[in-house]
Design a protein around this ligand. Structure first.
Ligand code: HSE
Length: 304
């Protein structure tokens, strides 16, 4: 039996496209129950995606497990597993990364290779295509990652303090990451590139030094959010960046990953801000719900 408790993540944090990510206190729990002959996979899925994910052979946990075994040239086992999912699918909270992380970690355990963290993260990133979800998902906290298609470098920053919470407002419509990447431009004006370099740098420096007053400016972005805001119904996207960013309880706001979940970092009482975020979705014609979360500092926990 292998049990993995794997956190949701919020990637980008505005200015840090494909670079910054934070683990959140919302989890999928995967349990490998029994080893089966090669090529045999069965699963029981509970919670989010219970209908969509029930074909075990197509489940990203299994496909990632097989890719990791091939990467390391080790025997590929079959297995039965249970997946208890609290992370909503296709909402920008890293649900696919939880499956990639679990699949690679299971390959590491079942093969007995006991590989170092950096190699596991390299393979997770290779499978996912970008590092900003899988790195914090596996090691926890807030991370800065740099991936050139072959090598991965990463640094973990201090976790968000307990008095700062993360509100995730999750609408009932889905956005697929491929679609949210397809709408991005091939090139951007030089001044916008400079804008993001300076804002992401301020964000990392402020985070490292505990200058939480600079998060709002540090999370401002010109690379992807202005384009992705158009994937939201009506003027929902623009309203988030005008009304929520200026809400008295909001420290900073961003699209979570490739969306459509919106996050806001909040200091103190979270009720009014959570309500205001969901009301913007309601005004745009979308039902929504919210979570009030913290930064998950321990990342993926594995018991075997
Ligand atoms: N950095 C990725 C993107 C995150 O924004 O496309 C996807 O979850």
């Amino acid at each position: 039996m292998i049990r993995l408790k794997v956190p949701a993540t919020t990637a980008n944090l505005g200015s840090g496209f494909d670079t910054l990510g934070m683990a959140l206190t919302l989890y999928n729990i995967f349990t490998v129950k029994e080893i089966l002959p090669e090529g045999e996979y069965t699963c029981d899925i509970y919670g989010e995606g219970a209908d969509e994910l029930k074909d075990a052979r197509k489940n990203m946990l299994v496909t990632s497990y097989i890719k990791a075994c091939n990467e390391w040239n080790v025997p590929i086992h079959g297995f039965s597993f249970e997946s208890c999912n609290a992370v909503p699918l296709n909402r920008g909270l890293g649900s696919s990364s939880t499956a990639v992380v679990a699949g690679v970690a299971i390959a590491n355990v079942l093969s007995g290779l006991n590989l170092p963290e950096a190699e596991l993260l390299r393979v997770m990133t290779k499978i996912e295509g970008h590092p900003d979800n899988v790195v914090p998902c596996y090691i926890g906290g807030m991370t800065v990652s740099c991936w050139d298609g072959e090598s991965l470098r990463y640094v973990r920053l201090p976790a968000l303090p307990d008095d700062l919470n993360v509100i995730a407002a999750v609408p009932d419509f889905e956005v697929h990451t491929e679609d949210a990447r397809r709408i991005l431009p091939e090139s951007v004006p030089f001044r916008d590139a400079v804008f993001n370099v300076s804002h992401a740098s301020i964000l990392c420096a402020a985070w490292a030094m505990g200058r939480w007053d600079l998060l709002r400016v540090g999370m401002e972005d010109r690379l992807h959010q202005p384009h992705r805001a158009k994937l939201f119904p009506g003027s929902t996207g623009e309203k988030f960046f005008s009304e929520i960013a200026n809400h008295p309880d909001c420290v900073a706001t961003a699209i979570s990953g490739s969306g459509p979940t919106m996050i806001a970092i909040v200091h103190g009482l979270a009720g009014k801000l959570s309500q205001a975020m969901c009301r913007i979705f309601t005004d745009g014609g979308a039902a929504s719900h919210f979570f009030v979360l913290n930064c998950s500092s321990h990342g993926t926990v594995i018991e075997s």
